[in-house]
Design a protein around this ligand. Sequence first.
Ligand SMILES: [Zn+2]
Length: 282
Amino acid sequence: FNTMHHKLKFKMEQQSQNKINYLDLTIMTNNNELKFEIYRKPTSTDLILHNTSCDPYEHKEAAINYLCNRINTYKLTNEGKIKEEGIITRILVNNEYSTYARDHNTKPPNNNTPQKDKWTKFTYFGPSIRRITKLFHNTNIKITFKTNNTIKNFLRIKHETTDKYNLCGVYQMTCKDCDLKYVGQTGCNFRTRYKEHIREIKMNGQKSKFAQHILDTTHNYHTIDKAMKILHIEKKGKMLNTLESFHIYELTKQNLQMNEALTDSYNQIYDILIKTNQTQEI
Ligand SMILES: [Zn+2]
């Protein structure tokens, strides 16, 4: 087998002292009987999702449940059980959980809760997200959370672009002579879109609401760095549409928008976001 590829090397591990470690188990033979204990690598640490971390409690609970369930589902020896309970207690203490979490996390799943047939995913950015998910309480939509605090995200090299106007996303254009604003999205880049608005002003065109405002009121316009504010950098797609509609909604509430009237006049989720002032985190 090892001749198949020079990078493939399989080694055989043999038992020593009637013991062998396999996955997360130590398997022992004793009078033709198999006995099991939980195995951890010597490099393993006590780190689980820390109690103070910004993660939904469902995720924290799952990390503890995983440890507790193993005790009951594996056929451990009595010594193995006691040892493992001690380790779990230590892990909980080290991650600032009370042992209450351990004792109350072995309850069987409640089968009496009504069946919900659709799931939807929300990004968890703190407890205030529950103000939004609460809206789905009496629907058949079940909520699950995802988090952006992943190792992958922390390790990813962020490419710093020197000119943000070369990117695409949602932008806001402000008039030079009044407070009215225009919110738009672009899938190409901000600079090109700015030029398109200005061209419409010069050509007396009908394609830009911003240009129409400047022409109708004989107001003036700023240079790109003063007129155009970048609200979100985002690739073309559903997310871009949602962000744009949210910012138009927000401006409409403030009576500051020069976009066309909105089709959806009331949006409870947007209202909550505006109220909790979490807009930069959606
Ligand atoms: Zn104006």
